[in-house]
Design a protein around this ligand. Structure first.
Ligand SMILES: [Zn+2]
Length: 255
């Protein structure tokens, strides 16, 4: 199998893309004759365009890629995840990421949105369906403001949630992650002072989370979340939303 190697013009990272049959078939069937393979770089995405003969037809860096038909994500992205070993998301556009052709999928379908995931084991399969339904509900609400980067970020969060017991209201977390480029964190200083008084007793809020979030006043949510370690992303997101529920933090929608 051939491997294309390109250097990202934005961050200098060297990205390797294996030219598999699925990618070439995607290029053949696409109206442009090109298939895009996306490589996740945290706050940006590198897309490598490949034609049906497997030739490199250029790269582009995107902060927010919002319109595409079918995009294949470089399977190296799967190495950031512990539970998901392949996925396909459809919400008008299709995003898929597979290393091979997995046989066993879990599939959930909502209004106009669909998520299929192949898991590394069936250990967490019973939780997975509930989490995936929360994810789809978040996607249904946030799809209009989502882009490829925030979609992949929210898949990382989903992956890190699968071993946990399903959480009521988690759709809000996925919605916020998907819209994170358009949400700005606003901290209510008075509420924050009050909250500090009893925060030490709240053990679920991991050490340092409160101070970290309170320093994020004025940040875009995406900048607070960007990390390639899924558990870190999830902890930050859930801390911010816990403070939102307590009126300490507000997420303001901006253009
Ligand atoms: Zn890069």
């Amino acid at each position: 199998m051939r491997v294309l190697r390109v250097t990202c013009p934005a961050c200098g990272e060297v990205c390797e893309v294996q030219l598999d049959e699925e990618t070439l078939a995607a290029a053949r069937s696409s109206p442009t004759g090109l298939a895009g393979v996306a490589d996740f770089h945290g706050d940006h995405i590198l897309v490598l365009y490949i034609d049906a003969d497997g030739r490199d037809r250029g790269v582009r860096v995107y902060r927010a890629l919002q319109r595409w038909e079918v995009i294949r994500v470089n399977p190296s992205f799967l190495s950031y995840m512990s539970e998901i070993r392949g996925f396909r998301v459809s919400a008008g556009s299709v995003v898929e990421c597979f290393q091979d052709s997995p046989r066993a999928f879990i599939k959930v379908v909502g209004k106009g949105v669909e998520l299929e995931a192949a898991l590394r084991s069936f250990e967490h399969a019973s939780h997975a369906v509930a989490w995936m339904e929360e994810f789809l509900e978040g996607l249904r609400r946030g799809a209009g403001d989502a882009d490829l980067g925030t979609l992949l970020l929210s898949i990382l969060v989903l992956d890190s949630c699968l071993p946990l017991k399903p959480l009521w209201g988690a759709a809000r977390a996925f919605e916020a992650a998907l819209r994170s480029r358009r949400l700005v964190i606003r901290v209510d200083e008075a509420a924050a002072e009050l909250f500090r008084l009893y925060a030490e007793r709240i053990t679920w809020l991991y050490a340092g989370a409160l101070d970290a979030v309170l320093r994020m006043d004025g940040w875009r949510l995406i900048d607070a979340l960007v990390a390639r370690d899924a558990i870190t992303v999830r902890e930050r997101l859930f801390s911010i939303l816990a403070l939102e529920r307590r009126g300490v933090v507000r997420l303001e929608v901006v253009a």
